[in-house]
Each structure stands twice: as C-alpha cells, then as structure tokens.
Design a protein around this ligand. Structure first.
Ligand code: ADP
Ligand code: ADP
Length: 230
C-alpha cells in the first residue's frame, strides 16, 4: 500500500490555468523522490497538494490511507504526518529558535511546555543547531535558519517530509550544510518528496527522479537512468 497516491489528479488556478494535468503517482513508504523541471511546471503545487496547502479539483489524493477532501478532521490528521520545509524559512523573527519549535500550533495547549522543550531540543540536536536555541532567527546564517525550519518540521515525527526548493534562497557556502542534514534524514527511513535543482543530492539519495513539464509528469526514473539519458 503506497503512503501517497495521486489518482488522475487535476488542478486549476482560477477557471482556466490548468496547473496539474492528470497526475498519477504512487509513493512507497520510505521512498525518496526528487521532483525537477522548469520553473512554473507545477512542482511546488504538486507537493503542496500532499498536505492540502493547495486543493485539487479532480481525482483523488490519498495520504497514509486518508483521502484528502474538505473534511477538516482528515486534513488535520494528514498534516500531523507531513512536515514541510519551504524555500523561505518561514521562522517567526520575534521568537527564539526554541520558541519557533515549541510554540507550534500543533503543540500549544496539547503538550506540556517542558515536554515540548525536551522534544524540540532533541530535534535541534538532530540538525546540529541545539547550541543556538536561545538565539533569534536573524542572528543565524541562512543555512542555520533552514536547519531550524527542518527541526521544526520534524517535531511532529512526520512520516512524510516535503521540501520545496529548500536551498534556493541560500548562499552557495550554506547549501551543503542543509543538504547534509537532508541526506542524513534520507538515511533514516522517512518518506521524502523534494523539489530541488540540486542534482548531486538527487544522485546521492533519490530512489526516483520525477521530471515535470507544464503540469504533467513527463518522465520518472532512477537517478542512474535519469542522468545517463539526457
Ligand atoms: P514550480 O514549483 O514548478 O515553479 P508552481 O507550482 O509554483 O511551479 O507554479 C506553477 C504555475 O502556477 C506557475 O505558472 C505559477 O505562476 C502558477 N501559480 C502558482 N500558484 C498560483 C496561485 N496561487 N494562483 C495562480 N497561479 C498560481
Ligand atoms: P515557488 O517558485 O517557490 O513555488 P512562487 O514565487 O511561484 O514560489 O510563488 C510564491 C507564492 O505565490 C506561492 O504561494 C504561490 O502559490 C503564489 N503564486 C505564484 N504565482 C502566482 C500567481 N500567478 N497568482 C497568484 N499567486 C501566485
């Protein structure tokens, strides 16, 4: 049973912009997929549909056995299993690194503060940024901020991690420290969908590379096949 299934999914922006065209995609548990393709081809939209940041209009998206519909409970259930990392780190500048994790709406009022802090520190250690816990995001480098964002996404112990161009906003010297953390995660059995132009990362960890163009999946292959057939 795939952990993510897209069945004949179509999505439009407005009435006439057909952004996802008949997407069929099964993602196996633990699979690591890299999605590439030209700007505007629908990569970001595709992964944003997995946690319902975007709605599809036709077809079915089933995440860990739950079909995504308007049902708020189903959406909540799925969102607890799906962590997401964005190009812009989306950290709250007026909260410390630790507070950015512990004040997650998923935790506040549900998990005691001390427990939330312990769990948050574990995730900060996992991305090797624990010593910066008391700092504010803007006191950190871009690479460090992105690692905080990854730690925040990991706090809910997601089964699936979505990455939307996580290194595109970083200076070249910061990219490696973020990719290294992603490579470590890839070795830990978590299902990953990554939109990225980092083909070195794709070669190192992807089980499958998907190429999108104009809203369609036009090719999917193992990295070996993909890079040997230009
Ligand atoms: P990619 O991630 O491959 O660059 P996106 O999924 O971000 O592509 O966007 C695909 C297309 O949909 C682009 O042409 C973009 O401008 C358009 N688009 C994205 N979001 C919206 C939106 N909220 N409303 C209208 N058009 C959008
Ligand atoms: P990315 O390339 O990282 O997907 P974009 O610059 O395409 O980011 O989009 C940033 C935000 O603006 C997204 O939330 C996207 O949905 C929205 N957006 C993109 N294109 C359009 C558009 N043509 N109309 C309205 N919103 C858009």
């Amino acid at each position: 049973q795939p952990i993510i299934q897209f069945k004949n999914v179509n999505k439009w922006y407005g009435n006439d912009f057909h952004v996802l065209r008949d997407i069929n995609l099964d993602v196996a548990k633990g699979e690591r997929i890299v999605i590439c393709g030209p700007s505007g081809s629908g990569k970001s939209t595709l992964i944003r549909c997995v946690n319902r940041l975007e709605e599809h209009q036709e077809g079915q998206i089933i995440v860990d056995g739950t079909e995504l519909t308007d049902d708020i409970k189903a959406i909540d259930r799925v969102r607890r299993e799906v962590g997401m990392v964005f190009q812009q780190f989306n950290l709250f500048p007026h909260l410390t690194v630790l507070e950015n994790l512990t004040l997650s709406p998923m935790w506040v009022g549900k998990v005691p503060k001390k427990e939330a802090e312990e769990k948050a520190m574990q995730q900060l250690e996992r991305v090797r940024i624990a010593e910066q816990a008391k700092k504010y995001p803007l006191q950190l480098s871009g690479g460090q901020q992105q690692r905080v964002a990854i730690a925040r996404a990991l706090c809910l112990k997601p089964k699936i991690m979505l990455f939307d161009e996580p290194t595109s906003a970083l200076d070249p010297e910061m990219i490696k420290e973020v990719l290294d953390v992603m490579i470590e995660l890839a070795g830990q059995g978590i299902t990953m969908l990554c939109v990225t132009h980092e083909m070195g990362f794709a070669k190192a960890v992807a089980d499958r590379v998907i190429f999108m163009d104009q809203g369609q999946i036009v090719e999917q292959n193992t990295p070996e096949e993909f890079f040997n057939n230009p």
